[in-house]
Write a protein that binds this ligand. Structure first.
Ligand code: HEM
Length: 229
């Protein structure tokens, strides 16, 4: 006798803690990048790269100040340090929860090379399937793992820049203060690039956006995705 396919039902894919920390992280990242760009502008690493003032945070409160005024710089630094606490405390919750609950291992592994090439091929041919939103495809897994690593490295290099005397070992690890600045800048660039692709994909498949708000997607019930969380 042919078995009938299971009826689609609401499946919990993102528990409350994941949703709350995800949106707090999004806010923290916007604060960190916006204020970081203003701080960078004061002493750019690359003379050809300067960020437009309108895209920065905490900049000049009074536009009569010169573009690279010290007032704008120190305001941005205050925003950056405030955002840092939000980013760090929230990040520690994300990492502890991801590891202790097993979610990171369940959702982000295994990554099979054959699946990576197949997913890239499907993406280039605009044939990426969105039917099953209970699992991540291989490219999503790589992107999420990559951005998690970039955030950890941004935090470590940021610590070296914030307290270079207390964390001299970190400065040595990055070769010099300028080395730590460069690593911090590259991590920011990777996170910003991720964010552009990530938000575009979320807007292209709005059901995923809804799932990051209410936690659920409609799917045939096989195994409870987040059982035990
Ligand atoms: C405001 C901008 C953002 C939007 C609209 C957004 C949207 C989303 C959506 C819809 C998902 C669920 C994807 C799915 O289930 O298929 C998701 C997951 C995720 N997002 Fe974002 N996101 C934003 C910002 C960020 C930022 C700034 C980061 C990190 C730098 C980030 C990292 C992640 C990660 C790691 C996941 C996977 C979470 C997990 O399953 O544990 N997102 N995001």
């Amino acid at each position: 006798m042919a078995s009938t396919p299971p009826e689609p039902t609401n499946v919990l894919v993102h528990p409350l803690v994941v949703r709350v920390t995800h949106w707090i992280n999004a806010l923290a990242i916007l604060i960190m990048i916006g204020s970081g760009w203003r701080i960078y502008n004061n002493v750019p690493i690359f003379s050809s790269i300067e960020f437009p003032l309108w895209a920065t945070l905490g900049g000049d409160p009074d536009l009569t100040y010169a573009r690279n005024s010290d007032v704008g710089f120190s305001n941005a630094l205050l925003w950056h340090l405030a955002g840092m606490w939000l980013f760090a405390v929230n990040g520690l919750i994300v990492i502890s929860y991801g590891i202790l609950s097993g979610r990171f291992f369940r959702r982000l592994f295994p990554i099979r090379p054959r699946e990576v090439t197949a997913t890239i091929g499907d993406t280039l041919r605009f044939k990426l399937a969105h039917d099953d939103l209970t699992t991540y495809n291989a490219v999503q897994k790589i992107l999420y793992l990559g951005v998690l690593c970039a955030m950890v490295l941004a935090a470590i290099s940021g610590l070296a820049l914030w307290k270079p005397v207390q964390f001299q070992g970190l400065i040595t690890l990055f070769q010099s203060f300028q080395g730590a600045r460069l690593v911090h800048f590259l991590c920011m660039s990777a996170i910003a690039l991720f964010l552009v692709v990530h938000v575009m994909l979320a807007l292209l498949v709005p059901r995923t956006l809804l799932s990051m708000i209410n936690g659920k997607v409609r799917a045939p019930l096989r195994i409870p995705v987040e059982a035990g969380e």
